[in-house]
Ligand binder design. Structure first.
Ligand code: FES
Length: 183
């Protein structure tokens, strides 16, 4: 692909700061493909693997480097649910909404989590501690309804148990933050 931007050096320097050398090098390879635009999803995966989510600055830098309209890049990023547009919290809560869990009250557990955290699926709490996600089956249907917090399975969860479960992880996050600040 030929370079069409007058300030190309500046674009690359800014992109390196935002995306890092490795991602910029990967985009360079993609730009050499016959149809660079077809590599956009692969590029976004690479950015998310590196940074955990796709920030607006990441998307702008990708658009500039790949010479793709910014609206198209952000449209693709928001269309696919596996792309995250917000940073993940310290803990990721995954509520199973599969059939076995749903019939045993997973929707009430999910609602209680949303009420307690003030967020919906796909969002992160304002304190950055929890990200709330859902899945179709966590493979432990005999323990329904199930939620996972990172890799920890919480079986047969009831809405009443939710505050206590959250408090346990909040306590870990508080202790970590105190240790980091040397308190
Ligand atoms: S449906 Fe929830 S674990 Fe399978």
């Amino acid at each position: 692909m030929s370079v069409t931007t007058d300030n190309w050096e500046q674009v690359q320097a800014t992109a390196r700061q935002v995306l890092g050398e490795e991602v910029v090098a990967f985009i360079g390879l993609c730009r050499d493909e016959p149809n660079p635009e077809s590599q956009l999803i692969a590029v976004l995966h690479k950015v998310q693997a590196q940074y955990g989510y796709l920030a607006a600055a990441h998307l702008d830098a990708v658009a500039q480097l790949m010479q793709i309209p910014a609206a198209k890049v952000s449209g693709v990023a928001s269309f696919y649910h596996y792309f995250r547009l917000q940073p993940r919290g310290r803990f990721v809560i995954n509520v199973c909404m599969g059939t076995a869990c749903y019939v045993k009250g997973a929707d009430r557990v999910a609602q209680k989590l949303m009420d307690e955290l003030g967020i919906r699926f796909g969002e992160t709490s304002t304190d950055g501690v929890f990200t709330l996600e859902s899945s179709r089956c966590l493979g432990t249907c005999g323990l329904a309804p199930v939620m996972m917090v990172d890799n920890q399975v919480h079986p047969e969860v009831t809405p009443d148990q939710v505050p206590l479960i959250l408090e346990k992880y909040l306590d870990v996050a508080r202790r970590e933050s105190q240790a980091e600040s040397g308190a």
